[in-house]
Ligand binder design. Structure first.
Ligand code: ZN
Ligand code: ZN
Length: 145
């Protein structure tokens, strides 16, 4: 099923559109996501990169090497600072959006938790869903429903 999803940053300067069904959806508990989310896990939906289009504004791209040795790029609004889109240089054919920036975040259904090895004692990864110590590969996640 192909869906059209729209989202934007906090101030609305950066808007994006996704025309695809998500490949995977899940919550990430890595320290980087804790920092960019404000402390909580970050909920994301991953799509083919070609399906994710910035339709308004010019987000700033911030790249950082993560534990795996890969570079993770995150795009945020230069005005309000809210992160909207990210990808990993090891798999640039995929891009993820932050669920909280969707116009309708209720479409999100988590399929599992990533990087629970970095979760804090006050986090509560869903016990009914698969929990991955670190970042599984996309193939593993997509079959882990
Ligand atoms: Zn903004
Ligand atoms: Zn993360």
């Amino acid at each position: 099923m192909t869906e059209v999803l729209e989202g934007e940053c906090l101030c609305g300067a950066v808007k994006y559109r996704v025309i695809a069904a998500p490949i995977i959806s899940g919550a990430c508990y890595c320290r980087d996501c804790q920092k960019t989310s404000g402390g909580a896990e970050a909920h994301g939906m991953m799509f083919p990169a070609s399906a994710v289009t910035v339709v308004q504004g010019t987000p700033t791209t911030f790249g950082r090497k993560v534990d795996s040795g890969n570079d993770v790029f995150r795009q945020f609004c230069p005005d309000c600072g809210v992160y909207v889109i990210s990808w990993n240089n090891a798999a640039p054919e995929y891009k993820a959006i932050k669920v909280g920036t969707l116009k309708d975040p209720s479409v999100y259904q988590s399929q599992g938790s990533l990087w629970v090895s970095s979760a804090q004692s006050w986090h509560h990864p869903d016990p009914k869903l698969p929990q991955h110590s670190k970042m599984p590969c996309v193939a593993e996640l997509s079959t882990a429903q």
